[in-house]
Design a protein around this ligand. Structure first.
Ligand code: NAD
Length: 496
């Protein structure tokens, strides 16, 4: 059966790529299942999409924000109605289990309600002028056309974190979804259209990064780029965007540590470790990839996590019995395989997993066994570099201070977690862990949309999604209204 053909969305019209080229969206659990064919776009498609977004900006920026919000409220309700369908389609294109893809759609619903509320806020500031009979205020203005580049691991949630705040603020958008998971972006944008979004306000250009993403970053009419993906690509994007002085928001990789103290509730920490390490098949930017164990509980915890990891059921995420889905593609399998080899060569011990799964129910997909590596030391590459797969390292420490030092000894700074019953240590860790997110007695994953999301060091460049995203999607205008009927000179006429 021929797979369904999708087009780009440009100025409200569904158009094939200018070159006619397409790419296949393949189910990672079953490569014989082609989810759809999507345009493989290039600079010509990007130019059309940016022109459409620029045209739409002239009118969208004048729509009152509470009216823009009504579209988001309607979209939230429609997403809730379509949640099951969109979750199933997401599992088919991305692989993660249904409970998680339902969560991914739910995150878009939460984000829509949260951001729609901003339609009646978008607060600016007023402040006294230094001069008499003069009024001073600052208002938030839209930025213009925003380019958005998304990864494949949260195919609906991440586009929603970018699109919704940009829209409420009056911007227009061109989004390039990840080449592995374009369908969920299509579903999200179709929902916005059904909720009443005018033509041209959101445009989709699907395709590969260098062909479709790079021209978006370079286009002179794109005023800002919101990027989520690897640190390597993020660095390229930032360098290219600098040539045209674009604002760039970068959300990138992680190497997230969970610290388990000797006084922790070990059963709770174990459940958290399994969820944090193997949820989304370890393919979360916030995934737990280092578990730092106090030496007093290390042996017991190790034995328990190895037994539980080995028993996890790996398979097609549409099967309700499956706990861990496939990895997204063969490249990610190669990366996981390579990092296990690097770890073993550097002296780590393979405690379970370590290889792709290729037989029986796994024969047609890209599956990797949940993997636990022991005897890892903080200087090993496996303890410092992002794998983005179901591979977790166990590191032993002997004091709280040492644990914090190990947790901070890497280049990334996205998420950290501490399991302890000692409130003093908990608050010291909140202060001292170098990460944008810290969990106490919970794993490194589980962000909610209305808190700031992002990280420090190689994880980000200072911007935040969630709370704080409006600071990226608006630009301040300071306004002075002089009602004195005289020329009043700041810094001069009020100086004694
Ligand atoms: P990636 O960097 O390979 O790709 C991300 C996006 O960038 C894709 O849409 C891709 O097509 C595009 N791209 C690739 N080359 C490009 C170029 N030269 N110019 C412009 N765009 C280009 O990342 P990925 O494999 O899709 O995602 C995994 C990475 O994303 C991991 O490092 C993960 O930690 C990170 N991530 C971070 C967050 C966060 O919020 N911090 C969230 C999810 C994923």
């Amino acid at each position: 059966m021929a797979s369904k053909l999708y087009h780009n969305l440009i100025g409200g019209q569904w158009l094939p790529s200018v070159s006619g080229q397409t790419l296949k969206n393949v189910n990672p659990a079953d490569h014989s299942d082609i989810v759809g064919e999507f345009p493989s776009s290039n600079a010509a498609d990007v130019a059309l999409a940016v022109a459409a977004a620029k045209k739409a900006f002239a009118t969208w920026r004048l729509v009152p924000a509470p009216k823009r919000a009504e579209i988001l409220f309607r979209a939230a309700a429609l997403l809730a109605e379509r949640k099951e369908q969109y979750a199933r389609e997401m599992t088919r294109e991305m692989g993660k289990v249904l409970a998680e893809t339902r969560g991914d759609v739910q995150e878009a619903i939460d984000e829509a309600y949260y951001v729609a509320g901003e339609g009646r806020r978008l607060f600016g500031v007023t402040t006294p002028s230094e001069l008499a009979n003069k009024f001073a205020m600052s208002v938030r203005m839209p930025v213009g056309v925003i380019g958005m580049i998304a990864p494949w691991n949260f195919p609906m949630a991440i586009p929603s974190w970018k699109l919704f705040p940009a829209l409420i603020a009056g911007n227009t958008c061109v989004i390039k979804p990840a080449e592995d998971t374009p369908l969920s972006t299509y579903n999200l944008v179709q929902t916005l259209i059904d909720a009443g979004l005018p033509a041209g306000v959101v445009n989709i250009v699907s395709g590969y990064g260098p062909q479709a993403g790079a021209p978006l970053v370079e286009h002179p009419d794109v005023r800002a780029i919101s990027f989520t993906g690897s640190s390597a690509t993020g660095s390229l994007v930032a360098q290219r965007a600098a040539a045209t002085f674009k604002a760039v928001s970068l959300e990138m990789g992680g190497k997230n540590a969970m610290i388990v103290m000797d006084d922790a509730n070990l059963e709770l920490a174990l459940e958290g470790a399994l969820w944090g390490s193997f949820g989304t098949t370890g393919q979360r930017c916030t995934a737990t990839s280092r578990i730092l164990l106090h030496e007093a509980i290390a042996a017991e915890f190790t034995q328990k996590i190895v037994a539980r990891a080995a028993a996890l059921k790996v398979g097609n995420g549409l099967d309700p019995a499956v706990e861990v889905g496939p990895q997204i593609n063969a490249q990610q399998i190669a990366t996981s395989t390579e990092y296990v080899a690097i770890a073993l060569a550097e002296g780590a011990k393979l405690l379970t997993g370590g290889t792709p799964l290729t037989d029986g129910p796994h024969a047609n997909g890209t599956f990797f066994a949940p993997t636990v590596l022991g005897s890892v030391t903080p200087d090993m590459r496996i303890a410092r570099e992002e794998v983005f797969g179901p591979v977790v390292s166990l590191i032993t420490f002997s004091s709280f201070e040492e644990a914090i030092e190990i947790a901070n000894s890497i280049d990334y700074g996205l998420s950290t977690s501490l399991y302890t019953k000692d409130i003093n240590r908990a608050f010291s860790a909140i202060r001292d862990l170098e990460s944008g997110i810290t969990y106490i007695n919970a794993p490194t994953i589980g962000a909610e949309v209305h808190l700031p999301f992002g990280g420090v060091k190689r994880t980000g460049n200072g911007h935040r999604e969630g709370l704080g995203s409006l600071d990226f999607y608006t630009t301040w205008k300071s306004v002075y209204v002089d009602h004195s009927d005289t020329l009043q000179r700041a810094q001069i006429d009020n100086a004694e």
